[in-house]
Ligand binder design. Structure first.
Ligand code: 5GP
Ligand code: ZN
Length: 113
């Protein structure tokens, strides 16, 4: 399967991992939209959040736990941050491997674009 995020998780792209454990890795977004913009992904391939079987939904909590730790490390708490999971075409998802965006270091606005 030809998936760029699977390749990054396997360490094949030379992308520096800023977090890794047995199920999760994280790395800087190629086109950062904020001073901190990290992508947190499962090592296992899921095309989108909608493709995570109910029995494996705990992986989403693992992504959140990694984001929590990164937010502490990057000192974007208690100032605040945003977690985003884009899903599907209208959700704005462009890479078909489940990922959580951790955005911080500036004031976020609502509604999102
Ligand atoms: P999406 O739009 O699917 O929610 O987010 C995909 C994100 O992946 C985008 O913010 C984009 O900049 C980032 N991205 C796409 N390809 C690469 C890549 O090869 N390396 C890194 N580090 N980020 C990527
Ligand atoms: Zn993948």
């Amino acid at each position: 399967m030809d998936c760029i995020f699977c390749a990054i998780a396997r360490g094949e792209m030379g992308t520096k991992l800023v977090y890794q454990d047995d199920e999760v890795v994280a790395f800087e977004d190629l086109h950062p939209q904020a001073p901190t913009h990290i992508l947190v992904i499962p090592r296992r391939h899921y095309a989108s959040l909608q493709d995570v079987p109910a029995a494996e939904i705990g992986i989403v909590a693992r992504l959140a736990a990694a984001a929590q730790e990164l937010a502490r490390e990057r000192r974007i708490w208690p100032s605040g941050y945003r977690l985003v999971v884009n899903a599907g075409p209208e959700g704005g998802q462009t890479v078909s491997h489940l990922h959580m965006h951790l955005l911080g270091g500036r004031q976020m606005v609502w509604p999102p674009g």
